[in-house]
Design a protein around this ligand. Structure first.
Ligand code: ADP
Ligand code: MG
Length: 692
């Protein structure tokens, strides 16, 4: 495989555009992509025609406007290129079809803002994210908006948040005499996932319907030996990863790193970072390709945040940085950050943003799946905090305490092996327990769930940081001595937001107590986390930065809660169904078999049957309890008024989840007591250790 040669071969890339478009058209298109100039619609026809010709040469027969409705997934509707001509057809893509498409908005989540009679929705081309061919279809990345211009997707607000960040960051840069055309945000999302055998997967209703196991007794060997992380790849997994890389490379996705993760059957892929909207599209595509490639290998790729209890769940670490078109990274501390006023000001803005808007930042990663992960001693807690590391931490401490900062010694470290070279020490060590960690020249937001669309977290992050930049710029503009005025802001803000900085273990119970003392939020469930999105100040920041209107902000919160309630509802119904149709009958069958055996023994005389009798009694009692627990779950579920999303989500969190918990506890115990041949679906052992 010649990687540079195959890389991006299915992408309508810059190079292809240059080759296939007239120079003037190419230049106009690049001006839109690179400098954010409004697209000149008169070029659309020429671009469409070149794009179609190229796509057809790649085997495409169809095109689709590819968009990201608020289902969290992507959506596509394939149209063939055929157009009637005389008696026959020709292949055509018009400028208009490239630029806009129409879609039924009422069939997608809209948070009640779309009545069915005003259902018209439009998809509009996003020329900043490259089109690509996959499976005979040309995919054109688009935004999805309503007839009246309200955003109905994840991409439009992400683009708006990028504009806000660009606008506000440039104001600050200008004050410091740093010239640039554009500031953009780059993201490298590390993607975790599980791979299990397809045959086992297909036998589990819960995995198929909800993406996670709703029952399952722990297996004797979990992750305690710590031998899977970075462990040698199993052959089937290695073959999967090789195919995945190849397909991603052909699609222009820069898959860079692959390795085994902490839990058995868990893995990770990380791409090279790119502009955030391109990175998000690539990540959505990556998740889709992962599922498809897995199928080819008779594997199932599981992207749920917590598919198995008792072992780690999966996240999507969002490495986030800001840089200018001239290559200046706004988060680069340089060799002496203490003397770098601009960097300190940027750092203060990020810290202020995370502290002021910790509620919506937490809400931006809230989902039923991710609730099972955050705060479960394996992923960052639901409490938002910032990790700065020793060096920057000490610097901020000094500023807050009004002391002068002395840089700590040399940044070199020897490993004590004479043959090995001395290596430079990173300015920050790793703290994997922090949700928001500074890692050298970027922040890593670790709270995203593995199956999430990464837009939502980045929309929030971009907006709140843009707002802090804007507030600082408001204050600094017109000041005679910018450095001096900036120093005053830096000291004030570090002091004011000192509580959000935490450099120690974020997993421990001490932090929960300490965070409470500091007045930080700890919203453990989506129902509680999203409730803050309705606060005026939290709506205000989106409105101020022109990312959401008031109505859009409220609609998004409603959709999040509605989705949460629906997911829990499906999980609860699946549990009831499995309990009634698979589990209770299985236990009853096994008890029947045991009872028959006991009767037979008794008819032969005085043969010991204590083990069976005890088991019959225990399992019969447990089975009765399981039946009662399923009954209670069904009853409580029925009693919820699903038309009131806020009340429904609270009831799901505080009534239904505990009911589900109670049922699972009983069933998992029965699983450990029932002969495996009677159990109707694969156990954790079968699921986690079936791939070799
Ligand atoms: P680790 O697991 O140690 O955090 P990885 O190599 O798995 O490191 O992932 C790091 C991710 O961060 C990659 O996707 C990488 O491209 C990305 N990254 C590196 N530098 C930047 C940057 N300046 N801005 C955004 N993302 C970055
Ligand atoms: Mg990382």
């Amino acid at each position: 495989m010649n990687i540079p040669e195959i890389f991006g071969e299915n992408v309508f890339s810059d190079a292809v555009q240059k080759e296939t478009l007239p120079t003037e058209v190419y230049k106009a298109l690049r001006a839109t992509v690179e400098a954010g100039k409004t697209l000149d619609v008169s070029i659309a026809g020429t671009v469409a025609s070149a794009m179609k010709k190229w796509a057809v040469s790649k085997g495409a027969t169809h095109y689709t406007h590819w968009f990201q409705p608020l289902t969290g997934l992507t959506a596509e509707k394939h149209e063939s290129f055929i157009t009637k001509e005389g008696d026959g057809v020709i292949m055509r893509l018009t400028g208009k079809s490239l630029i806009v498409g129409e879609s039924d908005a009422s069939s997608f989540p809209s948070g009640g803002s779309r009545a069915t009679h005003m259902a018209r929705g439009y998809t509009a081309w996003d020329p900043t994210s490259p089109a690509f061919v996959r499976g005979g279809t040309l995919y054109i990345p688009t935004v999805f908006v309503s007839h009246t211009g309200e955003t109905l997707d994840n991409k439009a607000p992400l683009l708006r948040s990028m504009t806000a960040l660009d606008r506000q960051a440039k104001r600050l840069l200008r004050l410091f005499g740093i010239d640039c055309k554009k500031v953009s945000c780059a993201v490298g999302p590390e993607q975790e996932y599980f791979l299990i055998d397809e045959e086992q997967y297909l036998k589990r209703k819960d995995l198929r319907l909800t993406g996670r196991t709703l029952f399952g007794a722990a297996v004797s060997r979990g992750q305690e030996l710590e031998d899977n992380y970075f462990g040698a790849l199993k052959l089937r997994v290695a073959a999967f990863m090789r195919d995945l890389d190849e397909e991603l490379w052909r699609l222009g996705v820069m898959s860079k790193t692959k390795h085994n993760e902490v839990a058995p059957a868990q893995h990770e892929m990380a791409p090279i970072y790119s502009t955030v909207n391109v990175a998000v599209d690539a990540n959505m595509l990556t998740m889709e390709v992962m599922r498809c490639v897995a199928k080819k290998h008779r594997l199932a790729c599981i992207l749920h945040e917590k598919p198995f209890r008792g072992i780690n769940g999966s996240g999507k670490h969002n490495n986030w940085s800001l840089s200018t078109d001239t290559g200046f990274n706004l988060l680069d501390p340089g060799l002496s950050p203490e003397n770098n006023t601009f960097f300190k000001l940027v750092l203060a803005a990020v810290i202020k943003a995370v502290d002021d808007y910790q509620g919506i930042l937490r809400a931006s990663v809230a989902s039923a799946g991710n609730d099972l992960r955050l705060g479960a001693d394996e992923a960052p807690p639901a409490i938002m905090s910032v990790y700065l590391g020793d060096q920057l931490g000490a610097m901020v401490d000094c500023i807050v305490k009004g002391k002068s900062y002395v840089a700590t010694g040399t940044l070199e470290s020897s490993i004590g092996v004479p043959e090995s070279p001395i290596f430079p020490k990173d300015a920050t060590d790793r703290n994997r327990t922090s949700p928001f960690a500074f890692t050298g020249n970027k922040f890593e937001f670790r709270s995203l769930g593995s199956q999430m669309n990464a837009s939502e977290a980045n929309i929030c992050l971009n907006t709140i940081v843009a707002d802090a930049f804007g507030a600082f710029a408001d204050e600094l503009e017109g000041k005679a001595d910018i450095e001096k005025a900036a120093d005053a802001i830096i000291a004030r803000e570090f002091k004011q937001h000192y509580r959000i900085i935490y450099n120690l273990d974020g997993y421990g119970p001490e932090w929960v107590a300490e965070a409470k003392k500091r007045g930080l939020l700890n919203n453990k469930t989506t129902a509680d986390a999203v409730a803050v999105c309705y606060d005026e100040s939290n709506i205000g920041v989106y409105v101020r930065q022109k990312v959401f209107t008031r109505e859009e902000a409220i609609a998004r919160a409603d959709i999040r809660l509605e989705n949460y309630a629906k997911v829990i509802n499906i999980e609860a119904l699946t549990m009831i169904e499995m309990a009634r149709r698979e589990i209770i009958p299985a236990v009853s069958e096994f008890v029947g078999k045991l009872s028959g055996g006991v009767c037979a023994k008794k008819s032969l005389g005085d043969i010991p049957c204590k083990a069976e009798t005890k088991l019959i009694k225990t399992l019969s009692e447990l089975n009765d309890s399981a039946d009662e627990a399923a009954e209670k779950l069904a009853r409580d579920l029925k009693a919820i008024d699903k038309s009131d999303v806020r009340a429904a989500s609270v009831a799901m969190a505080h009534v239904i989840i505990p009911d589900m918990e109670a049922l699972r506890k009983i069933v998992d115990e029965m699983e450990t007591l029932t002969a495996s041949e009677y159990w109707k679906y694969p156990s954790y052992f079968d699921l986690l250790y079936s791939v070799r």
